[in-house]
Design a binder for this molecule. Structure first.
Ligand SMILES: Cc1cc2nc3c(=O)[nH]c(=O)nc-3n(C[C@H](O)[C@H](O)[C@H](O)COP(=O)(O)OP(=O)(O)OC[C@H]3O[C@@H](n4cnc5c(N)ncnc54)[C@H](O)[C@@H]3O)c2cc1C
Length: 305
């Protein structure tokens, strides 16, 4: 699946950071032959298409529009009951049912953390992009507002602001030709203390949520799922899944920490912190080839400590 995602994705090769609408620094992230880019941009519709193709290649046909309302387990297996009363039986259950997870609630697992005060908004849009060599561009402001532009390829961009009026803010910088989707939302910084028990486990936003800064949420969830499958296909018994919680918790803690620090730095209103941040950004942008290594270090989602 990774080759298909990489083939369709738009590699992030150049980032341009603005402060008070003036260029602050630029980062070059070349993609040497045979190496993976630090990050790619990909519309959600393409990600879903590639995931569905992969499922089809494994002869898995998803059952759509079926809301699971309760789950239970015994020593030998699990069962899930839908709102319409249909029962599904299996050996194991992995709940990847998002931040309001029914599976997590059935396990009695709490999500601890906090909610950021800002209301965010986002659009996916076709825009007149003024910097053809640049794929991503954060625009920072002294009042703590921030506007992120990230390419999705084929002239489309995802634009996110930590304010409700993303489109108006974007239109002050670029021309917008067509808006494909828009949303407003709040952001939490929360995670579980454990990923399940016995034969029922959770993955993705069911276990952790954080700010979009760094763009690591879906990646972390996919790694959860890959770890679960690797544990399962390694001939695991229920007891072996303790390691699943341990590994995924370490990865989630790291991603939440990086994303929260990035969020706080991007939105700081403290003039001293802002001056240090802007100075550090300028300094890092002067590091030449080390920039790529640095970005990899920041954006890795797998815990390697
Ligand atoms: C603005 C924004 C930008 C982001 N950008 C990035 C990015 O650039 N890179 C990145 O990696 N991540 C990004 N993320 C995070 C990413 O979107 C999420 O981490 C990811 O979608 C979580 O996937 P998930 O499958 O765990 O949960 P969800 O996407 O919430 O999916 C859960 C699914 O379960 C279904 N479901 C829920 N309850 C039930 C039930 N009871 N029975 C049956 N089905 C159920 C839902 O219908 C849904 O289909 C971003 C998030 C936001 C808000």
């Amino acid at each position: 699946m990774v080759p298909a995602l990489l083939a369709r994705g738009e590699p992030l090769r150049h980032i341009r950071i603005f402060y008070k609408d003036k260029p602050l620094a630029a980062f070059d992230l070349p993609v040497p032959d045979g190496e993976k880019p630090v990050m790619i941009g990909l519309p959600q519709s393409d990600t879903e298409r590639i995931l569905l193709k992969q499922l089809a290649s494994l002869d898995v046909i998803p059952t759509w529009n079926t809301h699971i309302s309760s789950v239970s387990q015994s020593a030998d297996g699990v069962s899930a009951v839908s709102e319409s009363g249909e029962t599904f039986e299996a050996d194991w259950l992995l709940g990847a049912d998002g931040s309001r997870s029914v599976v997590r609630n059935a396990l009695g697992v709490e999500m601890d953390g906090s909610v950021y005060p800002d209301t965010w908004s986002m659009i996916d849009a076709e825009i007149d992009w003024p910097w053809p060599d640049t794929e991503a561009s954060p625009h920072l402001q002294p009042d703590g507002s921030v506007l992120f532009f990230v390419t999705l390829g084929e002239g489309r961009f995802r634009i996110i602001a930590n304010r409700e009026d993303v489109q108006a803010r974007a239109e002050a910088i670029v021309g917008i030709n067509k808006v494909f989707l828009s949303d407003t939302f709040t952001i939490s910084l929360k995670r579980v203390q454990r990923y399940g028990e016995g034969r029922i486990w959770i993955a993705g936003d069911a276990a952790h949520v954080h700010s979009p800064v760094g763009g690591m949420g879906m990646n972390l969830g996919m790694e959860d799922a890959a770890d679960f499958v690797a544990t399962l296909t390694g001939g695991a018994s229920a007891a072996d899944f303790a390691g699943y919680t341990e590994r995924r918790l370490a990865a989630a803690k790291r991603v939440l920490r990086v994303s929260d620090r990035g969020y706080r730095l991007a939105t700081t209103t403290n003039p001293v912190v802002r001056a240090v941040r802007n100075g550090a950004i300028r300094l890092l942008s002067a590091l030449g080839p080390a920039q790529r290594w640095l970005m990899r270090l920041v954006f890795r989602t797998r815990d390697q400590t």
